[in-house]
Each structure stands twice: as C-alpha cells, then as structure tokens.
Design a protein around this ligand. Structure first.
Ligand SMILES: NC(=O)c1ccc[n+]([C@@H]2O[C@H](COP(=O)([O-])OP(=O)(O)OC[C@H]3O[C@@H](n4cnc5c(N)ncnc54)[C@H](OP(=O)(O)O)[C@@H]3O)[C@@H](O)[C@H]2O)c1
Length: 225
C-alpha cells in the first residue's frame, strides 16, 4: 500500500481477505477506497455472499477512509460459464425462469471503476448502480445467441434444486452451487429487475447492450470455438 492514494477493491469478496486489505490501506494512509459490491448487500440478506459484502462495507465505513461503492447488476461475462454447454448442446440450462435483469458488460463496470478511481473527488460516500441499458431475460439471451450464431440456442428451464445438482455434478463446490442456485431463484422472482443511468454518468458513454456483447464474443459460443 505504500504510496497508494486510491485503492480499487475487486475480489471474490471473502470477508477476512478484503478486511485485511482495508486494514492495510488504512495503516498506510490510503485516501479513498472504491469497492465493487452487491446492490442488495444487507446484514440479514438470505444470500451468504451478500451478507459478506455487507460485513466488508461496515468495516470500510468504520475505517474512516473515504469510500465509493459500485454495485453491478448481473455481469454479461457470466455467460462465458455457459459457453461449453451451448457449444455442445445448442442450449443451456438455467433456473432464472422469466426473471428480468439489467445485465451489464464488465467492460462498462471497469470503465466506471477506472473513472472513479482516477478522480475520486466528489464520489465520497456515494453508491453507484451499474447496469446495462435494458432489462433482459435468459430467453432474450437465447434469442441473441440464436441470431448471432445463425442456429437455434435453446433456453432449458430447470428448477433451482435441479440447477444446484447439475452445478455440483459439473464440479462446483456444493456451497457455491447452492448459493448460485439461490440467486437464480431470486432473479426469477424479479430481484435483479433494476436499471440505472450511472454507467453513462460516470463514463460519459452509454453502456453496451447484450447484442453488442454477444456479437463481440460470438466465437466463444459457436461450434468452431
Ligand atoms: N458476477 C456477477 O454477476 C456479479 C454481480 C454483482 C457483483 N459482483 C461482485 O463482483 C466481484 C467480482 O465478481 P466476479 O464474478 O468477477 O468474481 P470472480 O469471477 O470470482 O473473480 C474476481 C477476480 O478476483 C480474482 N481472485 C480470485 N481469487 C482471488 C484471491 N484469493 N485473491 C485475490 N483475487 C482473487 C480473480 O483473479 P483471476 O482471474 O486471476 O483468478 C478475478 O480477477 C465480487 O465481489 C462479486 O460479488 C459480481
């Protein structure tokens, strides 16, 4: 931390680890911390990783350093995890039902984070919600992939319980699979159906659409990838 003015904290948000980083920053007189968090991070959230973020945020507030929170909606780059299944089976399984979400490209999250970290004055104590420009569903994801690949990509709806079992079978640790399935179940109920203009406010550019993301990465999802 020596010589660091501003810290940008993006990690899988294990509390002991991020808290150790925050403590180190405070000891070394870091002026401002920009943290990636979750919009629904509360101490009593039913989702463990959201409670973790809330714990880290509380520690950050208590540190006395100036801070800015960036809360992205679901990242488009999560779709890369589905790419092998899409290539092999021309479809994907998901337990988010018809739930809508303000999916955001992580390139726009990075641009917003860089804008704040490079000039943090005025962003102290603020929370920004980072979303794409539109609410979409996994049916829209399938339609955009179908359009870009020129062959049908099917959205196969499964229950959160089935989804958890399949993620475990695919090699995810049980707690991670359970937490993911829990979040997809919440998304089905509308938990991620929120939008904001904050990406454009921070970066001066409209956030990328799902169509742009799919078009930029179409080769990852195609049979020849
Ligand atoms: N994914 C989403 O849709 C989403 C939505 C809202 C908020 N968030 C939040 O955004 C943050 C990042 O999420 P993510 O999905 O991008 O997480 P991720 O895929 O687990 O990766 C985050 C980054 O952390 C690095 N990393 C992994 N283990 C680490 C460790 N032990 N110490 C330091 N760095 C480590 C990884 O580096 P390597 O690539 O080198 O391994 C990677 O660049 C989390 O706080 C998450 O809660 C994510």
């Amino acid at each position: 931390m020596a010589g660091v003015d501003t810290l940008l904290l993006i990690s899988p948000s294990v509390p002991a680890q991020e808290i150790a980083v925050i403590d180190s920053a405070a000891r070394h007189d870091v002026q401002h911390v920009v943290k990636i968090t979750n919009h629904k991070a509360t101490e009593d959230s039913p989702v463990g990783r959201r409670r973790d973020h809330a714990r880290i945020e509380a520690h950050l507030r208590a540190s006395g350093m100036a801070a800015t929170l960036l809360a992205p909606n679901l990242l488009m780059q999560n779709l890369f995890f589905l790419a092998p299944q899409i290539r092999q089976t021309h479809g994907f399984e998901m337990s988010a039902g018809n739930g809508r979400f303000g999916m955001v490209d992580s390139r726009d999250v990075s641009a917003a984070a860089a804008a704040v970290a490079a000039a943090p004055a005025g962003h102290e104590g603020r929370t920004y919600l980072l979303t794409g420009p539109e609410l979409v569903t996994y049916a829209d994801v399938a339609a955009e992939l179908t359009r870009a690949l020129g062959q049908e990509v099917e959205y196969r709806r499964v229950t959160p319980g089935q989804h958890r079992e399949r993620m475990v079978r695919a090699g995810l640790p049980e707690p991670v699979a359970a937490s993911n399935a829990q979040v997809f179940g919440l998304i089905a109920e509308g938990d991620a159906a929120w939008l904001s203009d904050d990406v454009a406010t921070l970066t001066g550019r409209a956030p990328r659409t799902l169509r742009t993301f799919v078009s930029d990465h179409v080769r990852c999802f195609g049979a020849t990838a």
